[in-house]
Design a protein around this ligand. Sequence first.
Ligand SMILES: [Zn+2]
Length: 515
Amino acid sequence: MKVEMENDYNTICDSVSSLIEGCRLSVRMKGTNDWPLAEIISIKEAIGVKEYYVHYVDFNKRLDEWVTEHDLDTRKVHFPRKDGGGSNTGVSTPKKAQIGSGPVVLTQSQSANVSGAVSRPSSPVNNTELLNGNAVLAAALQKRMNRKRKIPSLESEDSNEGPVPQPRQSGSMVSHHDDIVTRMKNIDLIELGKHRIKPWYFAPYPQEMVNLDCIYICEFCLKYRKSRKCLERHLKKCNLRHPPGNEIYRKDIISFFEIDGRKNKVYAQNLCLLAKLFLDHKTLYYDTDPFLFYVMTVFDNRGFHIVGYFSKEKESTEDYNVACILTMPPYQRKGYGKLLIEFSYELSKFEGKTGSPEKPLSDLGLLSYRSYWAQTILEILLDMKPVGDNEKPQITINEICELTSIKKEDVISTLQNLNLINYYKGQYIITLSRDIIENHHRAMESRKIRIDPKCLHWVPKDWGKRAKWNQSQNRRSSRGLSLSSQVNAEVEVKPDWVDLEEPLLIALDQIQVNV
Ligand SMILES: [Zn+2]
């Protein structure tokens, strides 16, 4: 056996027999000819054939799969470190993904860092980039930050839970505790109404359900059965043709049902279980009491079919207006995700407050939110009329928040991500270039279905009053459910670079900045 040491734990091995869990090597991704770096999560042997459950290091966990030895490139294997601090548990995967140079799929931790709010300003850039609005902004901001160093910073918040105030690797892993079992997909296939869907992630269905070829789920009450026969028997008794709860919205074939996690506990739990198959970063909740569930359906002559849902805490001390959000895979990439998001903000508008989704967001969730925020804010900006002749329209950050119910951190991060803010002659200016406007119009054309506020029949409840008597209980349970407050702390950066009440001029052309 030829063994060559590359460094202390990189070896060339010529046999699959030496492979153990935690090894990293190139693996052929099913259905492709790509051989990305992967980590072996688990090994099983059936009738003399070994199979390997692998996680592709730079890719989302939903691509994890079982492969055989023919898919393994054993010429270069990276063994886990024996001291236990290495990659043997696989927890270090997200970290690796960040330095990887291949195609980058956002990991949970990256999502958490960039999602929803202003990230900490980078240090001042001393080059020509200063002409760029964001760089000017960053520099200006840095100055302010330096002046205001005394305000409690991220580091001090972080220091409560550990000695090393480093960026967190992954919020998701915190909840999973990298239990090998929960890292692996355990359900092969589900049947839901007329759809057969391959799950993406682990979900804690009862043990007797996991070794089946397929789980049969009633698309109306979400109860699960072992076989089609059992489901057919169930359907004869099950009278539901829509989710339980109140239908609070209907326009054309789209409806929304509001379900109280306390009143419809079994449905809510089954919904969480089903959703877990497609949401990685979510811990499972048997206590659904503190939540409302908003299920979106499409209607046909057989009933109201679930398209997606989001959950929402009855009372959120942190202004979250969405806890978990999911579009069922058969309905993805059709604009339904954005419809769910739009609906969640419509509820916030009815409540008269701003809101933000709970972090971390999934990679797909983050993309949808970013795009929703951008489109919604651009829609407002392009709609602004000048106050007087020869004047440019003006708007403040606070006004954008009030009009959209998008939380200020998300408004600011969106303006920054779109690179819209310029600093010119002592004032911040929102600059809308032709490119931005054209892209926006194109994007809006594809958003054919929209939420129509006139079709929402809903009065927000004051859960604070009615839940006073069991407040302590609620608080305890919601802490278990919310995805680690530490992760949230990362995005709670005070947007002190710009006065929220300061009018921002809106300019339609690229401004020439003369130095
Ligand atoms: Zn049913």
